[in-house]
Design a protein around this ligand. Sequence first.
Ligand code: PEP
Ligand code: MN
Length: 361
Amino acid sequence: MKNKKSQRSWLNNMELKHPLVIAGPCSAESEDQVLNVAHQLKKTDATVFRAGIWKPRTRPGNFEGVGEIGLKWLKKVKEQTGLLTATEVANPVHVELAIKNEVDIVWIGARSTVSPFIVQEIAEALRGTNKIVLVKNPVNPDLSLWLGAVERLQTSNVKNIGVIHRGFSSYEKTRYRNNPEWQIPIDLQNQFPDLPLLIDPSHIAGRRDIIFDLCQRALDLNYDGLMIETHHQPDDAWSDVKQQITPDVLKQITIDLKIRNEQGNAIEYQNKIANLRTQIDVADHKLTEILGKRMEIADKIGVLKKENNVAILQNKRWNEILEKMILQGEENGLSKVFILKIYQAIHQESINHQNRLHKDS
Ligand code: PEP
Ligand code: MN
């Protein structure tokens, strides 16, 4: 990964490395652990050390953070390594303590961004600050809440704001711990083009093996930085065990990542096309997922028909679907011929599935 200059606000003004790499453990556990990880990170592209001091756990009874003492360890990190430090704040007392202990970057967590009351209190506590304040997306896929949190900080005259995309929770379990829903950060960036946008692939993935791909996709979409949970012994971490990586793995990831945009027309073209292709990949992924889901429903209908001794082909129902879809297609700029072709293929695949079910049982 080669660095390039950021075009966006404070990242540019503060001459921070671009893409900005923030790394460190999910939670500060002990002074030794914090300093050990920080010294190893010094040999990577990371320039900011992160560690959660107060941990918002969804369910009680899990490790809830070491509290204020951890801030002293972050101070030592800065003194010994020169790395900047970052931690999560969830109320005005946290803000006051973080400022007192010279934390450089604070972030608002996904469970705080959902609450306008909490965000407002934090924004008041940060009024006029030059600290960098990063806002994670809310846990639920709601662009307005995310925008609202940014606007509350802006109204409190917080100067250096950025946002972190950490994915959105859903009841249905997918390959991600939190679905990326790429369209939401893209929409946010369209509304606030000057706001640096970072990805937190750790909380999106919930596992180690897809962190690289998420980072690459984010860089293809012009993100400005990465926040990656990194631990010297991930398997023994006190929180988020499955998604933390070692500093060595982080180093390799940043070496392998490609930054696709630099100056020049040809490069600008490459950049734009990579960006659009990534959006196409996201759309295609959704398409196949939704087609798979549709087919699962068709299978259930197949079983029901078999149990009730009903014929597979129901022409009346099928013609109704087609008419509806032709109308919807028109509304979405798709021709009748195209809709007919696509639905013929989908219908045929459903019938094949149902035929197979009838034969199998
Ligand atoms: C974290 O960064 O450790 C964290 C708790 O994140 P989130 O608020 O995105 O869940
Ligand atoms: Mn975590």
